[in-house]
Design a protein around this ligand. Structure first.
Ligand code: ADP
Length: 525
């Protein structure tokens, strides 16, 4: 059987896209002559024409393809047009395909039967080509529109499917409602969060689950904290953010609702932890403050004790010193040799004791604030005083004392004199074989002044660099005069102004005592 296929049209130069757009029309007639004439009439429409010589053949084609229309001859041997139409209608695929009966008889019986079988129209032979063409054109249009509608429905269906999947994939409860809150769609997360089924939500107002829900226009778009209600009437904290959804039916509102119960309790726990921490810190600070206070008190007590002891001991000691001196002057050489030696021991011991007591007194006072508020003290002037005080030792040792540009600091001048004098005095006392050379410098370092007192003396072993600042700590025994209190006093003064003191030294190569004083130094409260 001859079939006017799309390939035929393609080979005649019709572009691909057009070939696909062409509708298929099934022409069924037992007469080849009629078929050819039908084909010739419809050829100009540019559609795919499929020719069948019998009902059976037509049914076979209908198994494989969808047709825009079937032109069916009524009178055919074996299976006539009506029988064929019956079978066509019986199949799901072709149930709605328009059938145009071609008949030579214009009988009512034919018409009734034909229309009963769902025929769309009748064409009476002899066929008028224009009428046939215009009717077929209408069917082709109809089929095109139906196909278009089907495609659009498909696209819409897929888009809706995608939208629903997106809605389902969201981690939050998604509720779609009208502007006044009437719910039309929810996702399964909403069922979980609100402990109810979709049907319990759809059709109800969003305010039944989120009483504070306000329409989009009332919000600025940012998430808002609200209280939400579960089906069991339990309230829970939630965060809601709304966004508009413009649809053909008008504006819809998407409400994304997040259950904040866990986050809130985590935040509460963190808040509690912070409070506990803050309380602990406050407690510890108070404890430290109290400890500091009690340390300060015991320090002051100790100072007072040291002061009182050294001060009160001075008087009886002066008596011992005075009378032992008198004893020596009056009885030296008049008693035996041993008695002379004993008297010498007593006199020396009393002198030494006097020195110790005096230094101890200085030490106990170096840490007190009896001097009042510190004024600005010029360190260069301090050095001039020091040199004056140490004149005898300087001359005796042929020492040279030099200093560069020295700053003015907020400190008590008398303390600075004590500090510099102890360090310069030691630099002369612990001299090496060469005449002592002492150099005092100062430079800025961060917020401090860094002072250095450098000498060319005997030096100190690094192991003792810390010890020498302890009270009564001495490294060179009785070969040098002294009580071992000088550096302890220096440390006390420096620390009292918030600074630090240390020594850098190489035995035999001299020592450098360094200390810091904060710029604008005044004693620590
Ligand atoms: P002292 O009355 O013995 O001089 P200090 O407290 O001033 O007491 O010094 C403690 C010890 O540190 C000294 O006995 C001495 O051994 C050592 N010392 C201090 N200054 C120097 C220095 N410039 N060079 C070497 N040794 C020093």
């Amino acid at each position: 059987m001859y079939r006017a296929s799309s390939e035929q049209y393609e080979s005649s130069g019709v572009p691909d896209g057009q070939a696909q757009d062409r509708a298929k029309i099934l022409l069924v007639d037992d007469s080849a002559e009629n078929l050819i004439s039908l084909e010739a009439t419809l050829d100009g429409l540019g559609q795919d024409l499929v020719l069948a010589k019998s009902g059976t053949e037509a049914l076979r084609y209908l198994l494989e393809d969808d047709f825009a229309a079937i032109l069916l001859d009524v009178k055919m041997p074996d299976m006539d047009g009506f029988q064929t139409a019956e079978m066509i209608r019986a199949r799901k695929r072709s149930r709605h395909t328009p059938i145009l009966f071609l008949t030579g008889y214009k009988s009512d019986e034919h018409l009734f039967r034909g229309y009963d079988l769902g025929a769309v129209d009748f064409l009476f032979k002899p066929i008028v080509p224009e009428i046939l063409r215009s009717k077929v054109t209408v069917f082709v249009e109809l089929s095109r529109n139906t196909a278009l509608l089907r495609r659009q429905a498909d696209v819409l269906g897929r888009a809706e499917q995608k939208f629903r999947s997106l809605l389902e994939a969201a981690p939050d409860a998604m509720v779609i409602s009208s502007e006044d809150g009437q719910i039309s769609l929810v996702n399964s997360q909403a069922e979980k969060i609100f402990l109810c089924r979709r049907e319990d939500l759809i059709g109800h107002n969003l305010r039944t689950i989120v009483p504070e829900w306000r329409c989009l226009s009332a919000l600025n778009g940012s998430p808002r904290e609200v209280s939400a209600i579960r089906k069991d009437q339990g309230m829970f904290p939630a965060e809601i953010s709304l966004s508009p959804l413009q649809t053909e039916e008008g504006l819809l509102v998407i409400s994304a609702i997040r259950d904040m119960t866990e986050r809130k309790s985590a935040m509460d726990a963190i808040h509690q932890l912070n409070l506990t921490l803050e309380r602990r810190v406050a407690e510890r600070t108070q404890e430290l403050f109290e400890l500091n206070e009690s340390l300060r008190h015991s320090n002051e007590d100790l100072n007072q004790f040291a002061y009182a002891a050294s001060h009160d001991l001075q008087e009886p000691l002066r008596m011992v010193s005075l009378y032992s001196e008198m004893l020596r002057k009056k009885y030296a050489g008049r008693l035996d040799e041993m008695a002379d030696q004993f008297i010498t021991f007593v006199v020396d011991g009393a002198h030494r004791m006097e020195m110790l007591l005096k230094d101890l007194l200085d030490y106990s006072q170096a840490g007190t604030f009896t001097l009042g508020t510190a004024e600005a003290a010029d360190c260069a002037k301090v050095m001039e005083n020091v040199v004056l005080n140490l004149q005898a030792a300087i001359r005796q040792n042929r020492a040279s004392i030099t200093w560069g540009e020295l700053p003015t600091v907020q400190a008590h001048e008398i303390r600075l004199v004590q500090l510099f004098q102890n360090l310069v005095g030691n630099a002369i006392k612990y001299r090496g074989p060469d005449p002592p050379k002492v150099q005092v410098t100062a430079e800025r370092r961060d917020s401090d002044w860094l002072f250095a007192v450098q000498d060319n003396g005997i030096g100190i072993k690094p192991d003792y660099a810390q010890q020498i600042f302890g009270i009564f700590k001495r490294l060179h025994g009785n070969s040098y005069p002294g009580t071992g209190v000088g550096l302890a006093i220096c440390q006390r003064i420096v620390e009292n102004y918030g600074g630090r003191i240390w020594v850098e030294s190489t035995p035999g190569a001299g020592s450098t005592f360094r200390f810091t004083l904060p710029q604008g130094t005044s004693p620590k409260p």
